[in-house]
Write a protein that binds this ligand. Structure first.
Ligand SMILES: [Zn+2]
Length: 53
């Protein structure tokens, strides 16, 4: 899950397909661009913005 930085809407990331949170935290990665389904704005995210439920 990721939280939109524009409107705060939480949604399932379509871009990120990481098997587990530990892998994500341990690997440095480029910012990931996500298109929010609610406000339709593109915002960039990096590892700490993502969380698992
Ligand atoms: Zn949004």
């Amino acid at each position: 899950m990721v939280t939109c930085s524009k409107c705060g809407h939480e949604y399932q990331s379509k871009v990120l397909q990481t098997p587990d949170e530990e892998t994500l935290r341990s690997e440095p990665r480029e910012d990931i661009m996500e298109n929010c389904p609610k406000c339709n704005q593109i915002s960039s995210h990096n590892g700490p913005d993502f969380y698992w439920e």
